[in-house]
Design a protein around this ligand. Sequence first.
Ligand code: ATP
Ligand code: MG
Length: 389
Amino acid sequence: VTRDLSGCGGPRLGIVGGGQLAKMTALAALELGCEVSILERSPASPAAPLSSHYAVGDWNDPETLLRLAERVDVLTLENEFVDAAALAAVAARGHALYPTARSIGLVQDKLTQKQALRAAGLPLPDFAAAESPAEVVAAGEALGWPLVLKARRDGYDGKGNATIEGARDVAAAWARLGGGERDLYVEAFCPFVMELATILTVGQDGRVASYPVVESEQRDHICHLVRAPATVPPRVYRQAEDVAQRAVAAVGGTGSFGVEMFLAPDGRVLVNELAPRVHNSGHYSIEGCATSQFENHVRAVLGLPLGSTDLRASAAVMINLLGHSEGPGWPAGVPEALAVPGVHLHVYGKARSRPGRKMGHVTALGGDPGETEERARRAAAALVFGAIQ
Ligand SMILES: Nc1ncnc2c1ncn2[C@@H]1O[C@H](COP(=O)(O)OP(=O)(O)OP(=O)(O)O)[C@@H](O)[C@H]1O
Ligand SMILES: [Mg+2]
């Protein structure tokens, strides 16, 4: 514990994890008058300055989780990697925890997640368990090349993924992802024409607040840009809404969920994956929607009514700011970026920039999608994290 400040008597929210998602959730919670407690592995984190109580510890240890649970009214998570059994132990002691240990357990192993989605009848790329390089080759022959080899657990920003063009690439990809020590599985490559995403917030009464369907563009498997709303035919838009609702219903739970989807060349919408938490594709909602994904998440876990998800502008464009190189967590180019009208800057407050690390984002709002994107790009281009000093 680094410090302990008492709050105003509002609900006490505990967040497991202290990264940028926890920070933006904590900001929404503080606006509502909540007191925020954080459990993080490292002594400094983006959410630390916002917390009344900050514990440094292992979030997979049930005792450590219990100590956090005992000092808050409701516990929530900023990532899906926390051990589901540890979470179940906390819930079994009567502590309120959202999303539930059950939905975390279903989602945190991507193979289990995809089996649950397939069992619920959702369309998704073919996949198969793969316990050896020979099984990957067999899957390639059955499903067709290319394949995407993925870590079943703890993958983020594409770090647990490798695309395999044919049998001769299997051994290298298997070794790179740590096959043998780490459980892997394979998916058929989806030659998508666009990636879509949406956020759904599920309230404790089961009501669902659906955010607009957005287009997300990844670079090197990392979310780069989000366009809200997605410019797709109404039939595709409705299909994405429907697929996302069914995917979230399949895992169940309370709070904000992110659903990543592929628009296939034949016009079908397939599920890529589900995140049982607030999601990068919903960051635009802070300024872009009447109620952000973070505020609705806080409302949901506290059992409060959800707010409107209506867009506050015709177009919103969000661009992630990744670290260029080693350096401080504050970027060069802030005056130039903020000189661009209608642009909002979020600097996450990480102590250090590293190449490819998510350091912040910008969101632009406007009337015309192309012009809005141009402003977002201009602001993002001005900002550099890491030393080009
Ligand atoms: N089966 C697939 N076919 C085609 N592209 C894929 C496939 N699976 C993943 N990708 C590409 O890689 C990106 C990252 O994959 P995935 O969502 O599995 O990774 P992740 O590490 O969980 O990422 P994040 O945590 O950032 O969402 C996808 O957004 C997509 O661009
Ligand atoms: Mg993903």
